[in-house]
Design a protein around this ligand. Sequence first.
Ligand SMILES: *[C@@H]1O[C@H](CO)[C@@H](O)[C@H](O)[C@H]1NC(C)=O
Ligand SMILES: *[C@@H]1O[C@H](CO)[C@@H](O)[C@H](O)[C@H]1NC(C)=O
Ligand SMILES: *[C@@H]1O[C@H](CO)[C@@H](O)[C@H](O)[C@H]1NC(C)=O
Length: 407
Amino acid sequence: MAKALGKPLTFFFLILLWETTAAAAIVASDGDNKNFSVGRLFWATAKDGSDLLVKAEGEDSTSAAAAATASADEHDEFEGGFSSLDGMLQWAIGHSDPRKLKEKAHDVQRLSANELEKRQLEIKELMEKLKMPSDPELMQIAIADLSNSSISLADRHRALHELLILVEPIDNANDLNKLGGLVAVIRELNNSEPEIRTTSAWILGKASQNNPVVQKQILELGALSKLMKMVKSSFTEEAIKALYAVSAVIRNNFDGQELFYAEAGHVMLQEIMSNSRTDVRLRRKCIFLVADLVECQLQSTKKAEVPFFSNHLFLKSVVDLTASTDLDLQEKTLMAIRSLLQLTTTEALVFKNFCDLGGALERMRKQLEELMAEEFQREYARDLESLRREVEFIFHRKLEKATLVPT
Ligand SMILES: *[C@@H]1O[C@H](CO)[C@@H](O)[C@H](O)[C@H]1NC(C)=O
Ligand SMILES: *[C@@H]1O[C@H](CO)[C@@H](O)[C@H](O)[C@H]1NC(C)=O
Ligand SMILES: *[C@@H]1O[C@H](CO)[C@@H](O)[C@H](O)[C@H]1NC(C)=O
């Protein structure tokens, strides 16, 4: 089956689809059928039309997904490929004779609702005939591969990269555990290959991002402490993806945060912040997590404040990050300081005397003033300066309050 559905047949399928129903589907796509699912992964390499694959049962046709991830990054939405029938049809339009298409589109406007519906059913039947697997089926295949100890390293990579794409939609992320995917991916955190461990951490981060269900499952499977150990990896990418996953698993999740503190997560964060040799991407993620955790504290009325946040050395390592030349890091640091200043357990005089926050803010002011004189970064520097002023304002207010209280 897989072999039979190579390029020519697929192309034929698209043309056929167009000839019979495409115009109808386009008209209908303004309606309620937007989510008509076509195994989206397997159109993924079709960007240039040169490598179109249809997925069918079998192992040799899953490389499209792997290829599609080559450029994926955790910040990037996955682009390319057809996320819907609509997208596929747009592609078909681009590769068809415009005159003919126009005629068809014209014809279709005369179709009744019933006829349109009938054509949609035809498309659906066609696709069922071609046996395009659903996302859960694709996940099942990847998970089965991961659980097969005799597959090659390359196949293991490929299976993980497929999962990385597949877990992006929340419905798929929610299915992952049910299909045994979390257990399989967590097992790979133990793999001897750093790249395999890295991608596995990445998947866990992606699946749990803004997803309390998956967060809970990962916590219950006990993967947090393993991920935290990976943050200390000497492989930079592994450390970065692991910290990404840790952040995603504990974000707005009190159980996760409790476990994180119990495993000395705050100490880990301080170590990263105070080590100037650490990769700047890791430090950015780190200070972002600090800001997030403190913000979570501020929002919550129920939870007691984490004592560590008022630790002098911890605060100093945060303030010291303002000396970085990386503007992104500076911005995140200012955000963290703004939140830390608002905690009732932190002391204004510690910020002033021990951390020299006043001096840090003044140095930053000068630096931003210079940047604002340059055309190139003016806007960003201005935004940063306004954030810096806000921090300064909160700091001075806290100082005033502190000196009013008799000691
Ligand atoms: C697709 O849309 C229908 C309504 O048109 C909805 O009931 C269904 O849940 C949607 N499916 C997905 C996967 O979003
Ligand atoms: C495991 O992988 C090997 C090598 O690819 C394959 O021959 C075998 O059929 C697979 N086993 C299962 C249970 O899928
Ligand atoms: C990973 O390895 C450690 C120690 O070798 C072991 O205790 C743990 O159970 C393993 N985890 C998984 C998920 O296989």
